[in-house]
Design a protein around this ligand. Structure first.
Ligand code: MN
Length: 292
């Protein structure tokens, strides 16, 4: 059996003063299903002086999926949500037409912080809708031969996440012990792996943190193995066929929509609401095509 995995290196990116490993988007790989963004943050140490501290900023046309494997942060948004999140819990914010949020230190947590934030592009049918926020503490788990799969979004092997899902996609945390597991897939969906800790092997290809392992479509199952305790995110879905334009924190369909969102954030005209945070709003200059 030939198993092809296309491994691309993540790009270092600065988010506030955090350095993250951006696995998606990369040149030649814009989306995996509707997943359009993946930032692996940490592991890093939260101190009294330094934490995540990403001030209020806007989003459109996407869902943010926040998942920690260590630490604790607090989410605040323009809907009035104030939600601490810990490992094993899911924060899911749907931006629709517009929302803003911050991600902050809790003020009491000290120690390791390690996790991932992903975005899911919303389809045309929901991307103009109202914003929403969900916090899930009880996600379905599936026993694997050598580990546990926790379903964040969508369904895997009969386990269905309660989280809102606007497209046919799936997001799963694989917590693997040394050994081999077989994960059921949809043959018509495309998939990728982002390894957070340890390393996994698929068909002779090793995928480590700092990389995206693109698995493509056409598999009914994924054979995966590891020789040490490892944690990875498996993301996948029906290939997203709407042509998205992404810039800064916005997902849209045209540059004009992006420019309008940027101008409305800058004008603070109410579209993105107000986050009750002590951190300052994050400004952004005009997009490169604005010509000013
Ligand atoms: Mn955000």
């Amino acid at each position: 059996m030939t198993v092809d995995v296309i491994v691309t290196e993540s790009r270092s990116a600065e988010v506030g003063f955090l350095t993250v490993r951006r696995a998606l988007p990369r040149h030649g790989r814009r989306t995996v299903g509707a997943w359009c963004f993946a930032d692996h943050m940490g592991p890093l140490t939260v101190t009294e002086e330094q934490g995540i501290d990403i001030g209020p900023h806007p989003h459109t046309g996407l869902q943010t999926v926040t998942w920690l494997v260590a630490g604790e942060i607090v989410h605040r948004d323009s809907l009035g949500s104030e939600q601490p999140i810990r490992p094993g819990q899911l924060n899911l914010m749907t931006a629709g037409h517009g929302v803003s949020h911050s991600e902050e230190r809790t003020g009491r947590y000290r120690g390791d912080l390690h996790g991932i934030q992903l975005w899911v592009a919303q389809p045309e049918t929901t991307r103009h809708g109202d914003p929403a926020f969900e916090h899930h503490i009880d996600l379905p788990r599936l026993d694997l031969e050598a580990g546990t799969a926790t379903v964040l979004a969508g369904a895997l092997g009969g386990a269905t996440s309660p989280a809102r899902c606007d497209t046919e996609h799936v997001g799963v945390e694989l917590a693997l012990r040394p050994g081999h597991s077989t994960i059921p897939l949809h043959g018509g969906w495309e998939y990728a792996l982002v390894v957070l800790a340890g390393a996994v092997t698929v068909g002779g290809t090793r995928v480590e943190p700092g990389h995206l392992g693109f698995l493509g479509a056409g598999r009914d199952e994924l054979p995966i193995s590891t020789d040490a305790a490892s944690t990875a995110l498996l993301i996948g879905g029906v290939p997203f066929d709407e042509p998205i334009v992404m810039w800064w924190n916005f997902v849209a369909r045209t540059r004009a929509e992006i420019s309008e969102a940027r101008d409305e954030w800058t004008a603070d005209d109410g579209r993105f609401g107000t986050v009750h945070s002590t951190l300052p709003r994050i400004p952004v200059g005009p997009p490169p095509w604005a010509g000013v």
